[in-house]
Design a protein around this ligand. Structure first.
Ligand code: APR
Length: 247
């Protein structure tokens, strides 16, 4: 068995508080493209459509792209073995918290608990006028932008647009985990986007070990990563679960 894998399994087994920090790469094998790198969304779409000022100025244009990417696509996606591997770790008390940058809700669909969505999620729409919340499953997106049943205000996905503040609860939890976890497992993230990307650095600074799973090196790999398991998230998570002999 490769030594990195057994070292990683040993760290997980011995850790008293482990946090998983996930990015778009963990959902690629569920059919959801990443934002950057091969087949990245930002190579096809201008990220500007997710800028909050653009959304308020041109809601119909912004919603057209939002629907195409996040609703026509995401709603059919199912968790993969990487999401399921984190559920198994949690069930065996080998993982405490998941901090995800993803808005696809796949961790929760897989059955994970203690999931903190740093950028919100696409499951809910919120009225920009009266703040009434709707499940995205109950709102037809035939006419864009969708409007509130109560006040006819424009509905916005409940995820964070560029230029919006990070929700307090996931921010506080991420800060807590960065200060108190002795192991961070980074899965499928470039480590490019602030302020989410700073938490692995904060964890490292207080002495946490860093395991990283990624198909390619990231901003973390040569700097703070202690064990780099290069490969697809589902394959590496399956290897770890087998090495730990848990289910
Ligand atoms: N298994 C593991 N890692 C993978 C896989 C895979 N099958 N496929 C791609 N990756 C890796 C890529 O190598 C890359 O490092 O996943 C990462 C995807 O990077 P990004 O698309 O930049 O995703 P992320 O780091 O989550 O982006 C952070 O940027 O645009 C914003 O809000 C958006 O939350 C997102 C944030």
């Amino acid at each position: 068995m490769d030594s990195e894998l057994s070292q990683a399994a040993d760290l997980i087994f011995k850790s008293s508080r482990t946090t998983a920090f996930t990015g778009a790469g963990i959902s690629v094998e569920s059919g959801i493209p990443p934002f950057r790198g091969d087949n990245g969304l930002w190579s096809k779409y201008d990220p500007g459509f997710l800028d909050i000022d653009f959304f308020y100025q041109q809601p119909q244009k912004s919603w057209k792209i939002i629907k195409e990417i996040f609703y026509d696509f995401f709603s059919k996606a199912e968790p993969n073995d990487a999401h399921r591997g984190l559920v198994i770790l949690q069930k065996n008390n080998l993982l405490t918290t998941i901090i995800t940058q993803n808005i696809d809700y796949l961790h929760q669909k897989a059955g994970s608990e203690e999931v903190y969505e740093f950028h919100g999620n696409s499951q809910f729409l919120i009225c920009t006028n009266c703040h009434q919340k709707y499940s995205s499953e109950n709102i037809k997106l035939d006419n864009l932008p969708p409007v509130c049943n109560e006040c006819k205000g424009i509905l916005k996905p409940d995820f964070i647009f560029f230029g919006e503040p990070i929700p307090q609860k996931p921010y506080r939890q991420s800060y807590y985990e960065a200060q108190n976890s002795d192991l961070f497992i980074l899965i499928g993230t470039t480590g490019e986007v602030m302020p989410a990307c700073m938490f692995p650095y904060m964890a490292k600074q207080q002495g946490a070990k860093i395991i990283e799973i990624n198909t390619n090196p990231s901003h973390y790999t040569d700097g703070i990563t202690d064990i780099f398991l290069q490969g697809k998230a589902s394959e590496k998570m399956n290897d770890l679960i087998n090495c730990l002999n848990i289910k």
